[in-house]
Write a protein that binds this ligand. Structure first.
Ligand code: C5P
Length: 224
């Protein structure tokens, strides 16, 4: 079973959505299958890394050879990621909910019968990618985030890289005509710096192939 270019490296990967409870039976969430994050965790493990996958609720089997930590909320996801530090590589593929419901109801919210509607207040969730990118002294040597954009993909993603403080952004065009959401294929633009010097465009390929391309790029990064 193949070469192990990432032997001795510890990696943490986030995947899937987070669920933010409204009450004991309801939640808000983003759409996310977890396919990309799970595929990346599997490929890192195949390359010899010691991998922990911190995953929100998904309908996917645990990747072979990966330590899987299951979480529900963004705050739990952040705590589980932090518990894995220090790590060499951190890859944030989860579709984290930007907001959680501020005052979760302890009991199921009932319909009142007089047509009065519940009003939800929101609080901002932590940004896991930004928090880990800007952490010290345990910041991983390589922090990778994703950007899903519908227009000006490269410019928006480069600005996101600077704002969050990560090393690489894998930018993805999710304009409605591309079929990316829930689909199998991704066209990725790798942004690795403030200017275009380190940029790469990866041809349209499956999420598993994207994971392989990324892990090969990571192996080269640590090799040089
Ligand atoms: O800001 P935006 O959600 O577009 O950024 C996407 C990137 O940031 C992804 O890598 C995602 O996993 C990460 N992220 C995060 N925590 C959040 C929001 C996004 O780790 N609360």
């Amino acid at each position: 079973d193949g070469p192990k270019p990432l032997a001795g490296k510890k990696a943490v990967v986030t995947s899937g959505p987070t669920h933010e409870p409204i009450d004991p039976v309801r939640y808000i969430a983003n759409r996310s299958s977890g396919k990309q994050g799970h595929a990346i965790a599997a490929e890192l493990a195949r390359a010899g890394a010691d991998v922990t996958l911190v995953s929100g609720p998904v309908n996917l089997p645990d990747p072979v050879g990966v330590n899987v930590v299951r979480v529900e909320t963004a705050r739990d996801m952040l705590a589980s990621v932090q518990a894995q530090m220090p790590a060499d590589i951190a890859i944030f593929a989860a579709a984290v909910a930007d907001w959680r419901v501020k005052d979760q109801a302890g009991q199921k919210i009932k319909k009142t019968g007089d047509g009065a509607l519940p009003v939800l207040q929101f609080a901002e969730n932590p940004d896991i990618l930004a928090t880990i990118s800007q952490s010290s002294p345990t910041r991983p040597a390589l922090v990778v985030g994703f950007a899903a954009e519908t227009e000006n993909v490269v410019e928006h993603a480069r600005a996101k890289r600077a704002r969050k403080g990560c090393d690489w952004i894998l930018a993805n065009n999710v304009a409605p005509d591309t079929g990316t959401f829930g689909g199998e294929d991704n066209e990725i633009h790798l942004i690795a710096g403030n200017d275009t010097t380190g940029d790469e465009v990866w041809p349209r390929q499956s999420k598993v192939a994207v994971a392989r391309t990324l892990v090969a790029r990571i192996a080269r990064h640590f090799d040089t």
